[in-house]
Design a protein around this ligand. Structure first.
Ligand code: PEP
Ligand code: MG
Length: 548
């Protein structure tokens, strides 16, 4: 038996026969027809692929599979991007075949993205190659069809593409990839579909051979190749235990979140669209702790205007029917660039003009969002939250702008809330260190442990090379979290946690003891967390029982 280590893009256990993901064969380099004919062919395939992606996206959205639909929309936007089509045209006019033109244009664009300083942009390179692979399938005449496998499989490849996950049939039980990190689109999809995935295995991928049996152990972040009988039996027992645990969780649906000794806490959901708010409600969320509003700006070349934004926020507020909805103002820049907002090139974008700084630098953009939020405030229980705050001055300035927009609309007779609570993300060490002061000028805190960990430990959250150093549970980060929570408690304002660590069972007791009032999680984590909290006690004697 051999073991290779990686990073769990999606946890869980899988067992199957290893199969390598076949990539689209290289297209014929020489053009069979005239440049005009090749261009026509490329254009026809591009239209067909884009239409197929639109149909697939609509079908998946109707089934509530929003992450998959969103990614198909991003791929369609790439295929219809004029720069991409200009690149194809230039290549075929120089004598390349339609397929070679597509591949060349995609490689050029992906190469630029891979060379970028932003982890998010580097990950988009996989999306470009994936969209191009789909286009080449249409050129070859094989279109969007997928084949169903005959045995349980674990698929491996160098770089896992979103379409690998989108197209995975019933018998695909896991994925292994040499490259990649947890935040890649493909991993987000694998988590949404619950397919155990191991990425970043590096040279370990060279030891994988098609046809061998393997166990993917997402909990221990490893792959066991040719496991012994004893390992296989252990795996079967673990998989059966997982299924039984999933069934046991159902009794926590619709129940309040209470620890065994009666401490209550709210479990909210992180969302990126109104469709996800539906999933959140279905999963038993008691509110929305983080609506990442910048996602409304992804996958499109234009910007959503005041009406469109107001409609999106109002739809979520109405769906949540009086439950709290915390909308975070635009957090673009750094690892989240959006096509509609041209950003200056920065050597160090994570420390540059992002989040609230970018909003102040582009007041026109910010005010449109603030007006949209003020309009939506009439539709439910809205709270607004600011990202990347480092000073009270930023909070006062944003509050004055929000109030100006709210009062302006009220003066025109537009229905708005009397007061819109304004909170801050605690996601910079600066915010945690001045939390005592911030708690006097903010209405609530939400601790963004993803960035707080990155900035405290000086570890890029998207870089697999330093992933082992990225530890929210480390003392420096926990000290800042404790400090922020204590400041909120003293000031009597709510304090939530909305980073990924909110779902980390190893930190739940610590968060409860700090007096955290809400944890905001992915929809799938809500019932497991409610169940976990029900088994915890904050007092010393019962703590042992809770930690067993
Ligand atoms: C965070 O930083 O913890 C957070 C929730 O924000 P994002 O992951 O969107 O940066
Ligand atoms: Mg953040």
């Amino acid at each position: 038996m051999e073991m290779i280590k990686g990073i769990a893009g999606c946890g869980g256990y899988a067992c199957g026969v290893l199969r390598q993901i076949a990539r689209a064969p290289a297209a014929r380099p020489e053009a069979a027809g005239t440049p005009e004919m090749e261009w026509e062919k490329a254009e026809a395939a591009r239209r067909a692929a884009a239409a197929w992606m639109r149909d697939q996206s609509e079908q998946r959205r109707a089934q509530g599979r929003t992450e998959e639909a969103d990614i198909l929309d991003v791929h369609r936007a790439m295929l219809t991007d004029p720069d991409f089509s200009d690149g194809i045209r230039a290549a075929v006019m120089e004598g390349a075949s339609a397929g070679a033109g597509v591949r060349g244009a995609a490689e050029q664009l992906a190469g630029m993205l891979r060379g970028s300083g932003s982890a998010c942009l580097r990950e988009r390179a996989a999306d470009v190659m994936d969209a191009a692979a789909a286009l080449i399938r249409f050129l070859d005449g094989s279109g969007g069809q997928e084949r169903e496998a005959e045995e349980d499989q674990i698929l491996f490849c160098r770089e896992l593409l979103p379409s690998d996950v989108l197209g995975a049939g019933e018998r695909v039980k896991g994925f292994v990839a040499a490259e990649g990190s947890r935040t890649a689109h493909a991993c987000i999809l694998a988590r949404a579909r619950g397919i155990p995935t191991l990425v970043g295995v590096g040279e370990g991928a060279d030891r994988l051979a098609p046809g061998e049996t393997a166990i993917l152990d997402g909990e221990n972040q490893c792959l066991l190749i040719c496991p012994a009988q004893a390992a296989l039996e252990k795996f079967r027992a673990l998989a059966a235990r997982e299924e039984a645990a999933r069934l046991r969780l159902e009794r926590f649906r619709g129940r309040p979140t209470l620890s065994a000794d009666g401490h209550s806490l709210k479990l909210y959901c992180n969302i990126a669209s109104a469709a996800e708010a539906k999933l959140a409600l279905g999963a038993g969320a008691e509110g929305v702790g983080l609506f990442r509003s910048e996602f409304l700006f992804f996958g499109r070349a234009d910007l959503p205007g005041e009406e469109e934004q107001a409609a999106a926020y109002s739809a979520v507020l109405r769906l949540m029917a009086g439950r709290e909805v915390i909308v975070r103002t635009l957090d673009i820049g750094a690892d989240k660039p959006v096509p509609g907002v041209a950003l200056e090139r920065e050597d160090n974008p994570a420390l540059g003009c992002r989040g609230i700084r970018l909003c102040f630098a582009r007041p026109g953009l910010f005010r449109v969002q603030l007006r949209a939020l003020a309009r939506a405030s009439a539709a439910g229980n809205l709270k607004v939250m600011l990202p990347m705050v480092c000073s009270c001055e930023e909070v006062r300035r944003a509050r004055a702008m929000l109030e100006e927009e709210r009062a302006g609309l009220a003066a025109q007779g537009v229905p708005v809330a009397e007061r819109i609570p304004l909170g801050v993300m605690i996601e910079t060490p600066a915010a945690a260190l001045i939390s005592e002061e911030l708690a006097r000028c903010a209405d609530f805190f939400s601790i963004g442990t993803n960035d707080l960990t990155q900035y405290t430990l000086a570890v890029d959250r998207g870089n697999p090379a330093v992933a082992e150093l990225y530890r929210t549970a480390s003392e420096p980060v926990m000290a800042l979290i404790r400090r922020a929570a204590a400041s909120a408690l003293r000031a009597g304002i709510p304090v939530g946690v909305c980073g990924e660590s909110a779902a980390d069972p190893a930190l739940t007791l610590a968060y409860l003891r700090m007096g955290v009032t809400e944890l905001s999680l992915s929809a799938g984590d809500i019932l497991p967390m409610r169940c976990r909290i029900a088994g915890l006690r904050l007092d010393g004697a019962a703590e042992k029982e809770a930690e067993q």
